[in-house]
Design a binder for this molecule. Structure first.
Ligand code: DO4
Ligand code: MG
Length: 285
């Protein structure tokens, strides 16, 4: 079951439930005013199933604008959770290489703050590359949706836009490599009712188009994430409360070759097989 936020033809923000590839059911007519209210409900999945069975108004995807599903959730990110990411970071950095090696094996994962909810970019909106960076990449990441009770209640798609030259120069520059205007995109769908074993069967891929041609594409299995989802949620929520819930990007396993960098007007398309596609154009910020 896939939830979304959308703006209808009248400009009103609504909550939707996917019916098929091109149609969504308007859950606002069923009394749902926010996705968060469903994520916070102890019987949320059951409630969504019941709403799916109701005869609610339908809208066509072509007639609405999909928005990010992030409402009030802080967005965080885990790193070095795939072997591919560990190797890429060790190659880009001289004196920080050991840190990536150690964190990949350590009990405590790397977790960093990524975005305030209001700064998250939605589907179709521009993601940013820093004007003071020469090496920028998207990071396609399965994103865990967590409610205020610290429960994993859904899955969406995240893009952890990253400046690899800034990150590689010195590990202490990580926040500048990761957090800047338009550096985080999330959405458009939140899948509820799936368990970790099912999600680990999914693939995640990214395609980057430039002037109508694909200049990079790559894919991996979600099952290549080294840590369990429960472990990542546990560490994120230790000594920390999230009154509006949180989103946790789970790290990237698809890294373009070292000679690749994003350019203005590129289009990034991230697809997770069980969720859908998050597409964003690129611009310098
Ligand atoms: O430590 C650097 C960032 C790691 C990261 O963002 C990832 O592995 O996805
Ligand atoms: Mg990342």
């Amino acid at each position: 079951m896939k939830l979304c936020r959308f703006k209808n033809a009248e400009g009103e923000v609504r909550v939707g439930l996917a019916v098929d590839e091109s149609t969504i059911s308007d859950l606002s007519a069923g009394g749902v005013e926010s996705i968060t209210s469903l994520l916070e409900d102890t019987n949320g999945t059951q409630r969504v199933s019941e709403l799916a069975g109701q005869d609610l108004p339908k809208v066509t995807l072509g007639d609405i604008t999909l928005l990010t599903p992030v409402e009030g959730q802080e967005v965080w990110a885990a790193g070095v959770t795939y072997l591919r990411s560990k190797k890429a970071r060790m190659e880009e950095s001289d004196f920080s290489a050991n840190a990536y090696d150690l964190v990949y094996e350590a009990a405590r994962p790397e977790i960093f703050f990524k975005s305030l909810p209001d700064k998250v970019v939605g589907p179709g909106e521009t993601v940013g590359i820093r004007e003071d960076s020469k090496w920028n990449v998207p990071e396609p990441e399965l994103t865990l949706v967590i409610n205020s009770a610290k429960q994993l209640v859904g899955y969406t798609i995240g893009n952890d836009m990253s400046s690899r030259d800034i990150e590689g120069e010195n590990l202490l520059y990580l926040p500048q490599a990761k957090v800047y205007d338009r550096s985080c995109a999330v959405g458009p769908w939140i899948v509820v009712g799936a368990n970790e074993a099912e999600v680990r069967e999914w693939t995640i891929g990214v395609e980057i188009d430039r002037e109508g041609k694909t200049v990079f594409n790559g894919e991996t299995s979600i099952n290549n994430i080294k840590r369990t989802f429960g472990e990542l949620v546990d560490y994120l929520c230790r000594s920390q409360t999230f009154p509006q819930g949180a989103m946790l990007l789970t790290g990237t396993g698809v890294v373009p070759d070292d000679d690749f960098t994003l350019a203005n007007d590129d289009v990034i398309r991230i697809t997770i097989s069980g969720i859908g596609t998050l597409e964003n154009p690129v611009a310098t910020v």
